[in-house]
Design a protein around this ligand. Structure first.
Ligand SMILES: Nc1ncnc2c1ncn2[C@@H]1O[C@H](COP(=O)(O)OP(=O)(O)OP(=O)(O)O)[C@@H](O)[C@H]1O
Length: 287
């Protein structure tokens, strides 16, 4: 059984005044437990629409999806998911501590465990000092951190996160990356949308690229990066002690290394030069 399974998901927004928008055109995608999948796409690609369908917030025009074998149209599926919306808005007149307790109770976390989990999450997301303040007094980044804390507090199996790094400073972004990697180590499934290729490169096992409601590619991140290798920078030291840096085309590496060894040069380091995830993404989307 897959952690998350999407079968032919389609969504057309029907407008009266405006033209209909075919936001999703039949998506198929499966994700395993212990896997982190980055859902990468430009603005308006259909990322949030997919996520809203998965969370039962909007009804797909066709197709279906399952979370741990439970149909996403049923409330059952939502019990096993932690969901972070794109622009989270919480009860302004609750404090972060009260709100996390509320979320835990909704998910029927037993009281002693809940008190412990709430404290852990407040500390993890650096909200401990502000825990008694009303959420309405929080900055944008703090609200995003509350969003992440409420995703984690009931320790679900599957995580659906709509742009989890959005609105966070570099320290916050690094923290979110660590949290996602920790979830993966604990065998959880994480599906997160983003338009930032670096986030995908750093934490994802696989990436699914979406544009105009269609999946353009689904592949392992390491495969994409490996395929993108165009050549190598080789750092050598010559017999008279000079350091040199030479760019070598991919196909010429073998013979270059043989020549270097026979010239009694020392190879200090070999670094691949590759097209990164951003180049891959831009190439796909501009097609
Ligand atoms: N309620 C709606 N009514 C009509 N069109 C909609 C509605 N919601 C989304 N759309 C359209 O569906 C398409 C996909 O939108 P969606 O919000 O899923 O994109 P996204 O990939 O999440 O973009 P972003 O990165 O900008 O958040 C867009 O063309 C958008 O205008």
């Amino acid at each position: 059984m897959y952690a998350l399974e999407i079968n032919g998901l389609a969504k057309t927004f029907k407008g009266k005044k405006f033209k209909s928008v075919e936001a999703l055109k039949g998506l198929h995608l499966s994700i395993e437990r212990g896997e982190v999948l980055g859902f990468l796409g430009p603005n308006g690609a259909g990322k949030s629409t997919t996520i809203k369908c998965l969370m039962g917030l909007i009804r797909p025009s066709a197709g279906s999806a399952k979370i741990l074998g439970r149909d996403t149209a049923s409330a059952d599926a939502r019990k096993v998911v932690g969901y972070l919306p794109e622009n989270p808005a919480f009860y302004d007149y609750l404090s972060a501590e009260e709100y996390l307790r509320f979320v835990g109770r909704v998910h029927q976390v037993p009281a002693p465990l809940l008190a412990q989990r709430v404290a852990e999450m407040l500390k993890l997301l650096e909200l401990w000092d502000a825990r008694k303040r009303l959420i309405r007094s929080y900055s944008k980044g703090m609200v995003q951190r509350v969003g992440l804390a409420q995703v984690l507090v009931h320790d679900p199996e599957v995580y659906i996160l709509d742009e989890p790094m959005s609105g966070l400073d570099p320290i916050g972004r690094a923290l979110v990356k660590d949290i996602i990697l920790d979830l993966k180590r604990r065998g959880k499934c994480v599906f997160f949308s983003t338009h930032i290729t670096d986030d995908v490169e750093k934490v994802c096992d696989r990436v699914a690229v979406i544009d105009k409601g269609e999946l353009l590619a689904v592949d392992r991140v390491e495969n994409i990066l490996q395929r993108g290798v165009e050549g190598y920078t080789v750092y050598v030291t010559t017999p008279d002690g000079h350091s040199e840096e030479v760019y070598v085309e991919k196909a010429a590496l073998q013979s270059f290394l043989q020549q270097t060894v026979s010239a009694k040069q020392v190879i200090e380091k070999i670094e691949p030069r590759r097209k990164d995830m951003e180049a891959f993404f831009l190439e796909l989307v501009s097609k």
